[in-house]
Design a protein around this ligand. Structure first.
Ligand SMILES: Cc1cc2nc3c(=O)[nH]c(=O)nc-3n(C[C@H](O)[C@H](O)[C@H](O)COP(=O)(O)OP(=O)(O)OC[C@H]3O[C@@H](n4cnc5c(N)ncnc54)[C@H](O)[C@@H]3O)c2cc1C
Length: 453
């Protein structure tokens, strides 16, 4: 049976962190000057006037059903991301759960010849960033979205997309030259048919929106996988995020806390990137041997590993859509790009995509332009693609640089690291970028809130 035709202004496919952020940002009023004032959080009562529909077959699990253990998926959020979440009125709810600020970063080479340290004092901030379990961010964004009257959430998936006025011949073809887009008709898995003015693919790394519409992608398979788990070390982590570049790949220890205010915590989330074969071998180790090998790989920097939760293994690929937009459609977050976790930047890029796209759509709306005008989406792509591409290329460079075992290159890279470590100005520049405080920031992400956290 065919369901009713719905016509929201924007249909967002995927209620992960990127899709929910876009939904919340689009639903709330923004000033015509391009955004809220720094420090001004949005209120659920100030509707932007746009009608938003969000679909996802999954809804976030409620905190009452969370196991005591930490979510194996943890993200290091930049200041820019925290600013966005704060201005959307979500950050305070997140801090009721477990949000761990980190004040230091320590990065070194497994050879022991190169290292670089960062600290919040040098950067003139209270912390370098926050580590947050993904389930906390997703749950709080989802709850915020539920309070917004102009957002309809439907728990269902995407079945198919056809052009609204030429459904039979053009299915699956993307015509980027067609700037007078006639719109897209989307059939949901529950049988509903939706004809939005704009369709957004926020459906993650295996995006069906992207694949059904034939967006071209550049993909690098690393042949690597990341082992992720939560561990307790003998020594406290002192709120320091640590990463060692081993010949086999980077190993990160990201500091967590039992509660937002716990001191001297010994709990860390680890991300251990290895060739897939090695990762599979390590996944099979018994608990005691795993803990020993992990402590050894980490050079005993936090002493022995005295407990480890269940391990999860994620294949690593870097994927980048050649275009993020075609008439009537935009991709955001992992649907547009996936990046090696060594930089801890994946969802930080996704938050910025969502905030920039919302800013462009709302600006057009307030200026009386049709939001489906292709120029709106093109501006989004112009602002986000070079930034994402630059970061992805840098990460690819890092990955290759640290993957080589050619002595002259190894010496050069390690000298380089130590050189950066001694040069305050260069370090300051790197830190500003790593915290997401430089570049073309949307109003939602701009500095001005750091003292509030
Ligand atoms: C090991 C590892 C460590 C990482 N660490 C960090 C870090 O420290 N910092 C950081 O910034 N990033 C990190 N990342 C990356 C980060 O996790 C991702 O970038 C982020 O989760 C992507 O969010 P998203 O909302 O774009 O996509 P997703 O989280 O994948 O959400 C997509 C949503 O779409 C829904 N969906 C899928 N298909 C459909 C469909 N057909 N119809 C409707 N809905 C659909 C899904 O149910 C899901 O809810 C890490 C990644 C890995 C693998």
């Amino acid at each position: 049976m065919t369901g009713a035709m719905k016509t929201p202004d924007v249909l967002i496919v995927g209620a992960g962190m990127a899709g929910l952020t876009l939904g919340c940002a689009l639903a709330c009023a923004q000033s015509q000057s391009g955004g809220r004032e720094p420090g001004e959080a949005v209120s659920g009562q100030q509707s932007s006037g746009l009608n938003i529909m969000v679909i996802d077959p999954h809804i976030p699990v409620q905190p009452s059903q969370w196991p005591d253990s930490f979510d194996p998926r943890v993200s290091a959020l930049t200041h820019a991301s925290a600013n966005i979440l704060h201005r959307l009125g979500v950050w305070d709810a997140m801090t009721q759960h477990r949000v761990a600020a980190f004040t230091h970063m320590d990065v070194w080479d497994g050879d022991g010849t190169g290292n670089i340290q960062f600290n919040a004092d040098q950067a003139g901030v209270e912390q370098l960033g926050h580590l947050v379990e993904n389930r906390v961010t997703t749950h709080c964004l989802f709850e915020k979205m539920r309070t917004l009257r102009n957002v309809e959430f439907i728990q269902t998936g995407l079945a198919r997309i056809v052009e609204a006025y030429e459904p039979t011949e053009s299915r699956g073809k993307v015509r980027a030259d067609n700037e007078t887009n006639g719109g897209w008709r989307v059939t949901l898995a529950n049988g509903d048919v939706v004809q939005p003015r704009l369709l957004i693919g926020a459906d993650g790394a295996n995006s069906r929106v992207r694949d059904q519409l034939g967006f071209r992608c550049r993909t690098w398979a690393y042949g690597q996988s990341a082992i992720v788990t939560t561990v307790t070390s003998e020594k406290p982590h002192s709120d320091t995020a640590r990463q060692v570049f081993l010949e086999t790949g980077p190993l990160a220890f990201l500091p967590l806390r039992e509660s937002t205010h716990t001191k001297n915590s010994c709990i860390s989330s680890i991300v251990w990137s290895l060739d897939t074969e090695q990762a599979q071998r390590i996944m099979k180790l018994d608990d005691a041997t795993f803990r020993q090998q992990l402590a050894r790989a980490f050079e005993g920097r936090l002493g022995n590993i005295i407990a480890a939760d269940k391990r999860f293994c994620f294949p690593l690929t870097q994927n980048h859509a050649v275009d993020y937009v075609v008439p009537g459609v935009a991709l955001i977050g992992d649907a547009a790009h996936t990046i090696h976790p060594l930089a801890g930047q994946g969802i930080n890029l996704g938050f910025l995509d969502a905030a920039v796209l919302a800013e462009e759509i709302l600006q057009a709306y307030h200026n009386g332009l049709p939001i489906e005008d292709f120029s709106v989406l093109r501006k989004y792509q112009r602002r986000r693609k070079p930034h994402n591409l630059l970061l992805m290329s840098a990460m690819e460079g890092f990955k290759r640089l640290f993957g080589v075992d050619v002595p002259p290159l190894r010496i050069a890279r390690n000298l380089g690291m130590s050189f950066f470590n001694r040069h305050t100005l260069v370090k300051h520049e790197i830190m500003q970028r790593a915290m997401g405080l430089e570049g073309d920031l949307p109003a939602l992400a701009r500095p001005g809130l750091i003292a509030d956290f």
